[in-house]
Design a protein around this ligand. Structure first.
Ligand code: ATP
Ligand code: MG
Length: 488
């Protein structure tokens, strides 16, 4: 029996005796190979340190390498439906310039996936063997971004093309750059295209459109999964989710947006590792949650978040509140609000994170405010007080920028004001910077019976009659958001 220090538990369990499988042993190291079939004590005080997550990653990698070399599926230009006409001029410009400078350049990720599905891609991502510095040199209009994951953003007017250098795997840096949960903190080791493919999240997201000969390169069986309309995580969920728990939210987002199923082990893994979302920095959670609810498929996203037990890690207070909502009227409210959001997104109307959080936390705020105050005249104060407490708890999980949390609180506290349709009060409410969102919110409430139906009509007419009333800008213009790249 040998003492090894093992961190993480995929194949080996710390503090217990483990039998080393010949398969694992032969791949990991000659030293471990000699122990195949033997019990090793995975204590925390051995002489040699191995990281289990790293073992497993290696195992994965080797398995996929074999698959890559033997099963690389090259789909020629006449066998796939991607036409250059559907690729943006900016993306083509980047691809061609890289290629002409002697680099390998491919479209990758959502762009390829969506084109194969006949959906107009949201954006185009490029992968190349050029380093960020080389890319930067080729494009004046570019800048290197990210620390954890260095990328180049090339700007063409409003359009940004994100260029990533093929990622590889390096044992030494992998050891140092993950946290105790196996979460990748930094990933800047460059590698070959087939290594890059297996570092991506889902097989459907790991297809490359090679500008050199217009073929699609499939190292991981993504074409078949697209055909079967399923999301399959690349590698072992017990490694890939802890590495970056946001992948679970991405699974939900893509399943909802593409109307795909989630392959069984990837789905099971969500139940098992959902709790790791707690270690994701709240700022990143904000970005991801907004992507979920502004995807144009928020209704389905919400259903899936509940189905996979993830809602409790995003908005715990709501999850608790819905557990004891026998009438389901609040669920109807959220559904209706998300139908409204989806319609706005899909018809190009503006949407705000403030509104989404106002919706998601309303069941909680409504319930608590009603439990401390039954007098409608005093409801505004109760909503303000409860709103503040509820928001304080929420921002521990998702850091909601102040302008949005304030907007949500203003929407809540203005709800009782809609009952006041006499005298000067309606005009004052109409002038409120948050009026439009608060009015939409009130009408949604009225649709599900939480507000009198006639109020929505009254306020609709009132706005028409007072169409010339000006509302001051409620906040300064938000700075344009940078696209934040995830770990992979
Ligand atoms: P969309 O842009 O439509 O939201 P996408 O698949 O293009 O979807 P992006 O966030 O733009 O998503 O990322 C581009 C590609 O980078 C993905 O398709 C995937 O291959 C890879 N990727 C992004 N995030 C991760 C992650 N957390 N883990 C592994 N790979 C990732
Ligand atoms: Mg993309």
């Amino acid at each position: 029996m040998t003492d090894l220090v093992i961190k993480g538990t995929q194949y080996l369990i710390p503090g217990e005796l483990n039998i080393v499988s010949p398969e694992l042993a032969s791949i990991v190291s000659p030293e471990l190979a000699r122990m195949a079939g033997h019990a090793i004590n995975c204590s925390r005080t051995g002489t040699k340190c191995y990281d289990c997550a790293q073992y497993a990653e290696l195992l994965n990698r080797v398995k996929h390498r074999e698959a890559s070399a033997d099963h690389l599926n090259v789909i020629s230009r006449n066998k796939h439906g991607i036409s250059r006409k559907s690729i943006s001029d900016s993306a083509l410009k980047v691809l061609y310039r890289l290629s002409k400078s002697g680099h390998r350049a491919c479209l990758v990720g959502g762009g390829v996936r969506d084109l194969l599905l006949d959906i107009q891609p949201k954006d185009f991502d490029v992968a190349t063997d050029a380093t960020p510095e080389q890319v930067r040199e080729l494009f004046k209009n570019s800048r290197i971004i990210g620390r954890r994951f260095r990328l180049v953003h090339i700007r063409f007017g409003r359009d940004i093309i994100e260029v990533a250098t093929f990622r590889g795997y390096d044992e030494d840096s992998a050891k140092n750059e993950t946290d105790d949960h196996g979460r990748i903190l930094r990933d800047n080791t460059f590698g070959e295209i087939e290594e890059d493919a297996i570092r991506r999240d889902f097989t459907a997201n790991a297809l490359y459109y090679d500008i050199h000969d217009y073929t699609v390169l499939d190292y991981v069986g993504g074409m078949q999964d697209i055909e079967d309309r399923q999301l399959r995580l690349i590698g072992d969920p017990a490694i890939r989710y802890p590495e970056d728990p946001v992948r679970m939210l991405r699974a939900v987002r893509f399943a909802a947006k593409l109307n795909f199923g989630i392959e069984e082990s990837a789905a099971q893994g969500i139940f098992e590792f959902g709790h790791l979302l707690a270690v994701v920095p709240p700022a990143r959670m904000f970005d991801e949650v907004i992507k979920l609810f502004h995807s144009g498929s928020a209704v389905r996203v919400f259903e899936l978040l509940r189905e996979y037990g993830l809602l409790k890690y995003l908005v715990p207070a709501l999850d608790e509140c819905l557990q004891d909502d026998p009438t389901e009227s609040m669920l109807d409210f959220i559904d209706q609000a998300l139908v409204n959001t989806d319609t706005r997104v899909n018809t190009g109307q503006p949407v705000s994170p403030g509104f989404i959080f106002a919706v998601l936390l309303w069941p909680v705020v409504h319930k608590q405010a009603n439990s401390i105050q039954s007098d409608r005249q005093k409801m505004i104060g109760a909503l303000m007080q409860v709103g503040e407490t509820v928001m304080k708890r929420q921002v521990r999980h998702i850091s909601i920028p102040r302008r949005f949390s304030q907007m949500a609180r203003d929407i809540w506290s203005s709800q009782p004001r809609f009952h006041r349709t006499q005298g000067k009060q309606p005009l004052r409410l109409l002038e409120n910077p948050v009026f439009r969102a608060a009015y939409d919110f009130m009408c949604i409430q009225s649709m599900v019976g939480l507000m009198p139906h006639k109020l929505c009509h009254w306020w609709t007419d009132f706005q028409v009659e007072n169409a010339d009333v000006e509302r001051p800008e409620r906040t300064r213009k938000p700075r344009p958001r940078r696209r934040r790249r995830n770990a992979s």
